[in-house]
Write a protein that binds this ligand. Structure first.
Ligand code: GDP
Ligand code: MG
Length: 393
């Protein structure tokens, strides 16, 4: 039997008109020629589709296509506009394990190139492959070398290993128009090889440390305390040592039983809603909003840096900007905590529809880590979305 292909999520990013959608269509055309994809017209990809983020608040226009290589299946996201990229990356609506950064050989890096590279860094997209596009329009290879140098420099400045990032030069339009001609399709093949080699297979959720956000707590006569909730990552079995984390010290305990659908289970994995029986824990030691985790895998924290997106008025957001000192609620997993937002130097306010890099200081610590996503709420109404880029202290 053939081993199943590894699945990887990728997408195109880069400045408007540098060729993201053309390249997406070209990849499909070339892979379709090899029997590894269904072709799709440029216009159909450009139209995108709309989807909502996890919190069902932000609508994002995005096209999702699929293709394969010999070893992998890829799901690939292409967004029509800059604002959609910003929202997609911050809300994680289509989380990318790696991205193809488009640079037009005619223009070189542009403002949205910088913004996407920085955002990718902030939200934890660690692996990039650069496609220098439209090389058919530039006959001077020294110019291409210069653009490559400038791009590597930009990547390094924003925290990527600029010298190690693979660069592929190509003509996406040519590959799209002549997918069966190796003279045109070679750049796509080279890009596929670079993705296969450079974007590592993501760690599967079940292979990560246990994390269950507690939704309910029950005291059962003779059985002790049972917590219920969704296993977000990892797995749990009777006999496992675990920690209950709220705002204070961790409560160390041992799992004495796991059940789902009123049936005992030997082991339960990510994606399952379960009840977990805990040894020696009193019902008043745990509440909704706490997390059940693998020992020492995550800590409660109050201060962090984050990338946030403020919903527009027509997305249900605020009608007015917010300033330093803004104090909304941060909704993370199953809990709401109040926190103060501090703006970075030079940014006076964040308008509805804007994104910003901010610092947050919560009233009480909660379990979070780089990559944790949250909603920003005022009186139970979502006004923004964000992702932790760095935990402080
Ligand atoms: P996006 O905004 O990044 O998605 O850019 P598009 O894919 O829509 O491309 C913008 C324009 O550049 C379109 O008119 C494309 O036909 C053209 N284009 C894309 N790739 C190439 C290329 O490799 N060579 C040339 N000459 N034109 C290209
Ligand atoms: Mg496009």
């Amino acid at each position: 039997m053939q081993p199943r292909k590894v699945h990887v999520n990728v997408g195109t990013i880069g400045h408007i008109d540098h060729g993201k959608t053309t390249l997406t269509a070209a990849i499909l055309a070339v892979q379709a020629h090899k029997g590894l994809a269904e072709p799709k017209k440029y216009a159909d990809i450009a139209k995108g589709g709309t989807r909502r983020d996890e919190t069902k608040t932000v609508t994002i226009a995005a096209a999702h296509v699929r293709y394969e290589t010999d070893t992998r299946t890829y799901a690939h996201t292409d967004c029509p506009g800059h604002a959609d990229y910003v929202k997609n990356m911050i809300t994680g609506a289509s989380q990318m394990d790696g991205a193809v950064l488009l640079i037009s050989a005619v223009d070189g890096p542009m403002p949205q190139t910088r913004e996407h590279v920085l955002l990718a860094r902030q939200v934890g997209i660690e692996h990039l492959v650069v496609f220098v596009n439209k090389v058919d329009l530039v006959s001077d290879t020294e110019l291409l070398d210069l653009i490559e140098l400038e791009t590597r420099d930009l990547l390094t400045r924003y925290g990527f290993a600029g010298d190690a990032v693979p660069f592929v030069r190509g003509n996406a339009k040519g590959a799209l128009d002549h997918p069966g001609d190796p003279a045109f399709s070679a750049c796509i093949t080279e890009l596929m090889d670079a993705l296969d080699a450079h974007v590592p297979a993501p760690v599967r959720l079940v292979d990560k440390p246990l994390l269950l956000a507690v939704e309910g707590v029950y005291s059962i006569e003779g059985l002790g305390t049972v917590v219920t909730g969704l296993i977000e990552q990892g797995k749990v079995a009777a006999g496992d040592k675990v920690e209950l984390l709220g705002s204070g010290d961790a409560v160390e305990t041992v799992v004495t039983g796991v059940e789902a659908f009123h049936r005992p289970l030997a082991v339960a994995e990510a994606g399952l809603n379960v009840g977990v029986r805990l040894r020696g824990v009193k019902a008043d030691q745990v509440q909704r909003g706490h997390v059940l985790v693998a020992p020492k895998s995550i800590r409660p924290r109050a201060r962090f840096r984050a990338e946030v997106y403020a919903l527009r008025k027509d997305e249900g957001g605020r009608h007015t900007p917010f300033f330093s000192g803004y104090k909304p609620q941060f909704f993370l997993r199953t809990t709401d905590v109040t926190g103060v937002v501090t703006m970075p130097a030079g940014v006076e306010m964040v308008m509805p529809g804007d994104n910003a890099r901010v610092e947050v200081n919560l009233d009480r610590p909660i379990a979070l880590e780089a990559g944790s996503r949250f909603a920003i709420r005022e009186g139970g109404k979502t006004v923004g979305s964000g992702v932790v880029s760095e935990v402080l202290e």
